[in-house]
Design a protein. Structure first.
Length: 787
């Protein structure tokens, strides 16, 4: 029995049936009441939110978005501001019209591109230490999911109005992680580790914590690089300064400073000295000092010995006997030592602002163990079943946490309020798992050979160790509230940032491992190659790209095949599949764009010229025949023309009259506007990419520019009608000054687009090709209007 089923039409179907939405009055007024121009702007280019609401009502807002977005790739803040202004001037009034996909994609938070991001303030672990994501620059090295540092190749930012995903992790009580919902994190679900979008993470997941695994040992420090250039070296390798002065009765005299060693070994002794200084040290203009409790005289004596051994300088203990207080100090009276310490710490020597130099995060592990032991002795609490450390210095706590994880110790960090003996808010590091407490105790006892390894604890389900890597449990997830601007004309958008990272395509944000956010050739004559092309084309369409493809590599109809069919249906049979792929993948109101080309000597060329006379076939592609000089000479001579296809699978030859092919081309172009012709030999002679070893194989979908395999078109046109002075008067003339200025700016604009798009290409081959050839095209439109 058959049952008829009916359903209510979808909202999309209802909207389609109701016709296009009314145009905003503001938009109509901008275009002088021209509904067609206003409709094209609203439907094709104006930015919308994720629910389809119109965010841009006039091109002015679009020009601002595009100008600022493209200028964002400039190398300095000054250049970004300058070119944002100049690019706006270029776009204003349609002086320059970039390609439609550029206008649609730049600054668009929809997934026209693969750009998923973090808000400003998100800390990223770099070779130079922690930086906020907006401070990261191209060339910086960031820690990746492979526990190594790799170069940032591009930085990106955009604006978003959508709520952001928030996430807190156990053990990482520093701050919540906030990100766009599609940003992926390396997560473990109990069975396997994989990249998971933030919107799909739940408290049942564990997120990988970034861990430094590199060792770049520094064996010694040259103190001459840290102290005054006036310092001189004596015969035994010590530094000192000489100060001239006039003494009694005008006598000229000189005084020498205390001598310090020029080279200091970076060994376990240095690690201890550094740990003590971070916990208890400070400087005056003349001295380096350490403050201890009166019961810690052994530590004070250790500092005296270490200072003498490392720096060759005596240190003195000031016990303050007979005075109130429960402390003593170690003083190192040496201005050169003060200079060294201040330079070593970048001038930050107070308890709340000390930072380890970035290189120490990859120092020898035994040196780091010594540092950790002294730091815990100075400011930590050690018990049999736990160890903890408080510092009124959150940045230093984060560095210590990174070192502990590198040494195989699982710890937690959390905020603390301002304690009665501090003036700055601080953070705790807490170690509660017995095996890790034992590691700290061993290092405090000077057992530098003691090794700790990341292992799971039977009673602790807040973290997992997967293939030697730490994953901590998601504590809670949520969403930010969409901002509502107080000013009706203000934007509620928030700027978010992303990075592109060489090789590993990941970076560490707030200690969590995160992923960083076209002519397509047929590689050979095989079914696998054909469907690989479809896959790559579909991916390109889905992210707003267009595609060109040359089918000359595919065998013609009648050629033998090695499958159930005895002969091939020919290259033409796959054009329909290519077309349907193009028409199926939507692009926010813009269908996919496809150019299909074929060589003039391919045996299927005659059928190719006729295919679009059937108006139901190949509806979603432009088609063109690649014309050679030899073919045109045969047409002129009314001679024969050899059609030939040969590879290791098939060989087909036939002969036709050259004018037969030419006449079919002319008839199709006259009656059906297809196919076009591309004078291929001329292109090959003149194409600049040929000079660079990148052979062009076809054109972009509009046949404006010949392209190499995976090449991308980056085009725009100057609107010549905007460059006329005193128009419609006898004095009318071309505004050559501003036309030249616009041409220069348009060239820079399109070159910046190559960098803007560098990490937005759907396929890595497209990125590589576009950055290698750096092909752009500046054309013109409106010549008739200008004249």
């Amino acid at each position: 029995m058959q049952m008829a089923m009916t359903s209510e039409p979808t909202s999309a179907a209802k909207d389609a049936a109701a016709g296009p939405a009314p145009l905003p009055q503001e938009t109509l007024e901008f275009f002088g009441g021209d509904e067609l121009r206003a409709r094209v702007f609203v439907d094709k280019y104006a930015l919308r939110d994720r629910d389809g609401g119109l965010l841009e009502r006039t091109p002015v807002e679009m020009w601002e978005r595009i100008a600022r977005g493209v200028a964002g790739v400039e190398p300095t803040p000054e250049a970004r501001e300058r070119y944002a202004r100049e690019f706006y001037w270029l776009l204003e009034g349609f002086r320059f019209i970039p390609g439609g996909r550029i206008m649609h994609a730049v600054g668009n938070p929809k997934r026209v591109t693969n750009l998923n991001c973090f808000p400003p303030g998100t800390r990223v672990l770099t070779r130079a230490g922690f930086k906020t994501i907006e401070e990261v620059r191209v060339g910086d090295e960031v820690l990746t999911h492979r526990n190594r540092f790799r170069n940032v190749t591009h930085t990106m930012h955009r604006e978003t109005v959508e709520p952001l995903r928030t996430m807190r992790l156990w053990y990482l009580g520093d701050r919540q992680i906030t990100t766009t919902k599609e940003h992926r994190f390396m997560a473990f679900d109990g069975s396997r580790a994989d990249w998971v979008e933030a919107q799909h993470l739940t408290p049942s997941h564990y997120v990988k914590v970034g861990r430094i695994d590199e060792t770049l040992p520094v064996s010694e420090l040259d103190l001459s690089e840290y102290v005054s250039a006036a310092a001189v070296e004596d015969e035994v390798g010590k530094l000192y300064t000489v100060t001239a002065f006039i003494g009694g009765q005008g006598a000229r005299r000189s005084a020498e400073s205390k001598r310090i060693a020029r080279t200091v070994p970076v060994d376990e002794r240095f690690g201890l000295w550094l740990g003590y200084f971070m916990a208890e040290g400070g400087v005056t203009d003349n001295s380096v000092y350490f403050t201890f409790n009166k019961n810690e005289e052994a530590y004070a004596e250790a500092i005296c010995n270490l200072t003498q051994q490392l720096f060759g300088v005596e240190a003195a203990i000031q016990r303050r006997e007979g005075q109130e207080g429960h402390w003593l100090r170690v003083y190192v009276h040496s201005k050169l030592m003060v200079e060294f310490v201040r330079a070593f710490f970048g001038g930050a020597t107070h308890a709340h602002d000390k930072r380890l130099p970035a290189w120490f995060l990859t120092a020898q592990k035994t040196v780091q163990k010594a540092f950790i032991s002294a730091l815990f002795l100075g400011d930590g609490v050690l018990r049999d079943d736990f160890a903890k450390l408080f510092l009124a210095n959150p940045e230093l706590i984060r560095q210590v946490y990174a070192i502990l994880l590198r040494l195989g110790v699982v710890a937690s960090i959390r905020w603390e309020g301002i304690l009665r003996y501090t003036r700055h808010r601080g953070m705790w590091i807490h170690i509660g798992t017995q095996r890790y407490v034992e590691a700290i105790q061993a290092w405090v006892e000077g057992k530098w050979e003691y090794e700790s390894a990341l292992e799971e604890a039977a009673s602790n389900y807040f973290y997992k160790v997967v293939e030697g890597e730490l994953f901590v449990k998601v504590k809670e997830c949520g969403w930010t509230q969409t901002a509502v601007p107080q000013d009706a004309h203000a934007s509620a958008a928030e700027t978010v940032y992303d990075l592109s990272v060489e090789d590993d395509h990941s970076f560490v944000a707030e200690f969590a491992v995160a992923h960083n956010c076209y002519v397509i050739p047929f590689k050979d004559d095989s079914i696998e190659s054909i469907f690989q092309w479809m896959k790559e084309a579909a991916r390109t369409y889905s992210l707003g790209g267009g595609v060109g493809g040359d089918i000359s590599v595919l065998r013609p109809a009648g050629a033998p095949v090695n499958n159930a069919a005895r002969t091939s249906t020919g290259s033409i049979s796959f054009m329909e599949l290519m077309s349907l792929t193009t028409g199926t993948i939507g692009q926010s109101g813009r269908r996919g764009a496809l150019m299909i080309t074929i060589a003039d000597n391919h045996p299927d060329v005659l059928e190719f010229t006729k295919i679009k006379r059937n108006l139901s076939r190949v509806r979603y592609a432009n088609i063109s025949v690649r014309i050679s000089d030899a073919f045109m000479r045969a047409v002129e001579a009314d001679g024969d023309w050899e059609l030939s296809f040969e590879n290791d699978r098939a060989s087909v030859q036939r002969t036709v009259r050259a004018r037969e092919v030419w006449n079919e081309l002319v008839r199709g172009a006259r009656d059906y506007a297809e196919p076009g012709v591309i004078f291929w030999d001329t292109i090959k002679r003149w194409s600049t990419t040929e000079y660079n070893g990148m052979n062009v194989i076809t054109t972009n979908p509009c046949s404006e520019i010949p392209l190499e395999p995976y090449g991308a078109c980056c085009l725009g046109n100057l609107g010549l009608a905007e460059f006329v002075k005193d128009e419609f008067t006898p004095q009318a003339e071309v505004d050559w000054l501003h036309l030249e200025q616009a041409l220069r700016l348009a060239t820079r604009f399109l070159d910046d687009i190559l960098d803007y798009n560098a990490d937005k290409h759907p396929l890595p081959e497209q990125r590589e090709a576009s950055l290698y050839s750096r092909r752009i095209g500046v054309g013109f439109t409106g010549l008739g209007d200008m004249l």
